[in-house]
Design a protein around this ligand. Structure first.
Ligand code: SF4
Length: 356
């Protein structure tokens, strides 16, 4: 990080393509998530992908755990607009079956895919079809010999697993891949990614695996992913939460936004309220956040309870409101544009945001 300009300097990586999307290099850091319905429930999967997309998801992973899931991909892919990654475990034939459809990428886990020749079959098919692969190393499913060697899924063990797959892929002349090396332990995760990033030019997909429930998992992910992003590491991210994947996407977008790494989403700052506030700050801030979800605008919105910090923050934001007694003063681009009664604050703010 360059502290003088307070701007993150991203580590250079190789650019790869996922369908029509470019990733790595200096391309924007992409937010991913994963669907939760059974893959052969095409309507449910498509509905969820659209919801995720509306929230800011740019790449979606769908499990292909059996033949009927692979068969369903054809109909799913006709209905969705963002690149789809087929998620494969154990059976390389499922990767080959998924690649019969126009997926953008397959994710394979070297820890459970088995013999090298099976991996090579997948690499060959991806190369022939111009698709990408994600090498997805995970602390919960590391290769047995590495577990035996290191005793636990240490950072060194995760890195060794990833480097072996990277060497194998590159020896085939295949470079359209990215790598993840996720641990459920934040410190282990940090160590593994920093070690790996020093040893490969491949783009890295970040995440803290199995991070946990909505609140704790979001904090753990913000710390785990955020610390790596601050170090300039990471080309795509996925927040893993035990809740609606829309929350994963929101958290991912907020992590990037809070580090100045996303310029196509609004940032909302709001005060915690206190005894001085005469408006309902929580309700207004939550409603603004809900209505601004998925808005492709690089703006800062301030929702503030009173005149202590309200005018200052609102004038620094692109648009903001400072609460008063049952009303609020709205500022736009640093200038007051009107006093609005509390009941009309939300609509007034949103209509002004629409015009920006
Ligand atoms: Fe309290 Fe006003 Fe500060 Fe909000 S801006 S926390 S209402 S003093």
């Amino acid at each position: 990080m360059n502290l003088d300009s307070a701007k993150i300097i991203r580590r250079p990586t190789r650019e790869i393509t996922l369908g029509g999307l470019k990733l790595g290099g200096q391309n924007p850091i992409r937010v991913q998530s994963m669907t939760t319905p059974k893959t052969d429930d095409v309507a449910a999967v498509v509905g969820q992908v659209r919801e995720l997309e509306r929230a800011g998801c740019e790449i979606v992973r769908i499990t292909v755990n059996n033949q009927s899931a692979a068969d369903a991909l054809g109909n799913i892919l006709k209905e969705v607009h963002i690149p789809v990654i087929a998620d494969i475990h154990f059976d390389y034939k499922m990767a080959l079956a998924a690649m019969e459809h126009p997926v953008a990428c397959v994710r394979i886990n070297p820890g459970n895919i088995g013999a090298e020749w099976k991996v090579l079959e997948v690499v060959k098919a991806a190369k022939d079809k111009g698709l990408a692969i994600r090498i997805g190393v995970n602390s919960g499913s590391l290769e047995k010999p590495l577990l035996k060697k290191y005793g636990h899924p240490t950072a060194e063990a995760l890195v060794e697993s990833a480097l072996a797959s990277i060497a194998l892929f590159e020896a085939q002349g295949f470079f359209n891949f990215k790598v993840s090396i996720k641990s459920s332990d934040v410190l282990n995760n940090y160590q593994a990614y920093t070690m790996l990033s020093a040893k490969t030019q491949a783009p890295l997909h970040l995440g803290v695996t199995e991070a946990g429930t909505k609140n704790y998992g979001a904090v753990k992910s913000a710390v785990g992913i955020g610390s790596l992003l601050l170090a300039g590491i990471g080309d795509t991210i996925r927040v893993s939460l035990s809740t609606d994947p829309v929350d994963e996407v929101k958290t991912g977008v907020y992590i990037l936004k809070s580090l100045g790494l996303k310029n196509d989403a609004p940032e909302i700052i709001s005060c915690p309220s206190c005894g001085r506030a005469d408006i309902d700050v929580y309700k207004l801030a939550e409603e603004v956040e809900r209505r601004a979800l998925g808005l492709k605008k690089n703006i800062k919105i301030a929702v503030m309870g009173c005149v202590v910090n309200g005018p200052g923050e609102s004038m620094e934001a692109d648009i903001g409101i400072a609460g008063g007694k049952g009303e609020g003063l709205v500022y736009k681009m640093g200038k007051p544009i009107g006093k609005v009664p509390e009941a009309q604050m939300l609509e007034f703010l949103m209509s002004e945001i629409e015009k920006m």
